[in-house]
Write a protein that binds this ligand. Structure first.
Ligand SMILES: [Zn+2]
Length: 212
């Protein structure tokens, strides 16, 4: 039996799919002594499963991509590596923007490459009575297509988000990024249940210890 994919258990707490994608490197800031970061995009299958879960690709497209990948496993493996490279570039771009720094050129090049390399593959077609509808081109689908969709979502976030609204969870070792849409930009945790409560419990323990 196949092992269940860890990527399907990750919380989707980034407030934006591009940041959820960045968060597929779990425990990003955890020290090596404590186990270090945990990779969940362990295979092309894991990438497809995540894209399906987040609605970036539909079931039919996922099935078609899986067929492509079965026929060309080396290509699928190369796309997995490219997905990780894109994710790490997005992380550095998000970090640069939230700290008000210039975007690293090499990382922007990775994102732009995906935008150009994997076009959306949709054209407009008439749909009767003078209306129009999008038509997808199945023959334009190749194993890397989901990277184009992720890159477009990320580009859209970087263009539209207020830099200060991209934040990093304060939980020790967590390292997850999220889009803070609260008016005061005071959100500290990826989730109160996960990181927030752990920090509260630790503060409580320290207070009790100090008092005792
Ligand atoms: Zn967190």
């Amino acid at each position: 039996m196949k092992e269940p994919l860890r990527v399907l258990d990750l919380g989707l707490l980034g407030g934006h799919p591009a940041l959820d994608f960045v968060n597929t490197l779990d425990w990003r800031s955890r020290r090596p002594a404590d186990g270090g970061p945990e990779e969940t995009l362990v295979s092309y299958d894991a990438l497809l499963a995540w894209c399906r879960r987040t609605g970036i690709i539909g079931d039919a497209t996922a099935a078609e991509l899986a067929r492509h990948a079965a026929k060309a496993p080396a290509r699928a493996e190369a796309v997995r590596d490219e997905a990780v490279a894109l994710r790490e570039a997005l992380h550095r771009l998000a970090e640069a923007t939230r700290r008000g720094r210039m975007a690293p050129k090499a990382d922007l090049a990775v994102l732009n490459h995906c935008l150009l390399q994997y076009p959306e593959g949709r054209t407009l077609a008439p749909s009767g009575h003078g209306g129009f509808a999008w038509r997808s081109h199945g023959d334009g689908i190749e194993p890397g297509s989901p990277l184009g969709a992720i890159a477009r979502l990320a580009a859209d976030l970087l263009v539209t988000a207020e830099p200060k609204s991209i934040r990093c969870c304060a939980g020790p070792g967590c390292g997850w990024l999220f889009h803070d849409t609260s008016p005061n930009k005071r959100r500290r945790w990826c989730s109160m249940e996960a990181c927030g409560n752990r920090a509260k419990a630790r503060r409580h323990y320290q207070r009790v210890k100090a008092a005792g």
